[in-house]
Ligand binder design. Structure first.
Ligand code: PXP
Length: 395
């Protein structure tokens, strides 16, 4: 393999996604037209970096990145032996994290910037020789970071529809109509990319019969929302939906009130995710837009996070709405750059969904109440198509 990326930090305490960084480095080498060249990238703590900085540059303390071209590393070897060897890039993750926090970007994004910087040094770029060369290098870095992270979504995000409230109406009368299984089929015919159902412990809307029938009839993707209880885990393993979303569940709440506290429940989350991963069921964690929760979601091995959009949707002033939106935007960026897939949902309607859909880091929106409520007036098919239009225009 042309890229040897090693994480030397103590116990991977920064939760580095080496697969993601290796992929991004491959994209970088491609963009520079040097994909046949070999490069080593070593991620380390400040203490180790400080030793290299002292030994090779006679400088005290750590720095963010150091580059050692192969021609310097192996200058006593015949030129033929170092053909196709670019050299080594050493990065202090500790310093990169401080810089990421100052720039409010994700750690992985900052490491990508440092990989670019180090690689350009290996290729002979130098920002210390003159202002002109510094400018050339800076411009190249700006161009490359765009290319290295361009795997963002280009089309509209997926629309997954939560049909719980069709079942709510049915349960109000305790009859057989309306049937969420029929509703799910109509949603799919109108263009939904997935169906979401929340099987609650108290079975207030969805029933076991519904989710088992939906498992047979859903043609797109079935996402089972559930609490991390033994009963629900057993059902999920038996049902085998395309994915599950873990949510906190309180008996008294009208709907899911806040995100999961993954930080406080890492052990429990890890256990559920391990069980699901053995059954090849990806797990999404429903969390508030919060950096610590995102880092914890990464740590416990989640595939997705679903960012709670409730506070943005419920905001009563433009100022609050804007600041809540910025939180979602920054959190989505952080999660995406860390290698997580990012969904969003809760409270989204025909007014608020477009702005979230416009974020290129969002994979899927999960929307229920607004669509089911509108379907009472305009029919379910029309309500789904109108929501698709809202996110198509924005996305
Ligand atoms: N995402 C999650 C995790 C939810 O719990 C819900 C509500 O069941 C939704 C999305 C959909 O929210 P709404 O019904 O407000 O669109």
């Amino acid at each position: 393999m042309a890229i040897n990326l090693v994480d030397n930090t103590e116990k991977n305490r920064f939760h580095i996604n080496t697969v993601l960084l290796t992929k991004r480095t491959a994209t970088l080498l491609d963009a520079l037209d040097i994909s046949s060249q070999k490069i080593s990238i070593v991620l380390m703590d400040d203490a180790e970096m400080a030793r290299y900085n002292a030994d090779f540059r006679h400088k005290k303390g750590p720095t963010n990145v150091l580059s050692f071209p192969a021609s310097e590393l192996y200058n006593d070897l015949p030129a033929g032996l170092i053909e196709n060897q670019l050299g080594d890039v050493l990065i202090s993750v500790e310093t990169a994290r401080k810089e990421a926090r100052n720039k409010y970007c994700s750690l992985h994004h900052r490491i990508c910037e440092l990989i670019i910087h180090g690689t350009l040094h290996l290729l002979g770029y130098d920002h210390e020789r003159s202002t002109r060369e510094a400018l050339i290098m800076w411009e190249k870095e700006q161009q490359l970071i765009q290319q290295m992270t361009r795997s963002r979504r280009k089309n509209m995000p997926y629309l997954a529809i939560n049909v719980d409230h069709v079942a709510t109406v049915r349960q109000a009368r305790g009859t057989i109509e309306p049937d969420p299984v029929h509703a799910a089929a109509i949603c799919e015919l109108a263009g939904a990319d997935g169906i979401v159902v929340h099987l609650r412990e108290d079975r207030r809307h969805m029933q076991d019969r519904d989710v088992y029938l939906l498992r047979k009839t859903v043609k797109t993707r079935l996402n089972l929302e559930m609490a991390a209880t033994k009963e629900m885990i057993d059902i999920a393993l038996d049902l085998k939906p395309e994915m599950i979303t873990l949510v906190p569940e309180k008996r008294q709440e009208l709907t899911t009130e806040g995100g999961l506290d993954v930080v406080a429940n890492e052990k429990k989350m890890k256990k559920v995710i391990n069980k699901m991963s053995k059954a090849k069921i990806p797990v999404s964690l429903f969390i508030d837009p919060d950096a610590a929760q995102i880092e914890a979601a990464l740590e416990v091995g989640a595939t997705f996070v679903e960012l709670h959009t409730g506070r943005y949707c419920d905001a009563t002033t433009e100022e609050v709405q804007n600041s809540e939106f910025r939180l979602i935007e920054q959190s989505a960026e952080l999660a995406f750059e860390s290698g997580l897939k990012v969904n969003a949902g809760h409270g989204l309607d025909y007014r608020t969904s477009g702005r979230v859909a416009s974020l290129p880091t969002i994979h899927e929106l999960s929307i229920g109440h607004a669509i089911i409520a509108r379907s009472v007036y305009v029919g379910l098919d029309q309500a789904v198509r109108e929501m698709r239009d809202c996110i198509l225009v924005a996305g």
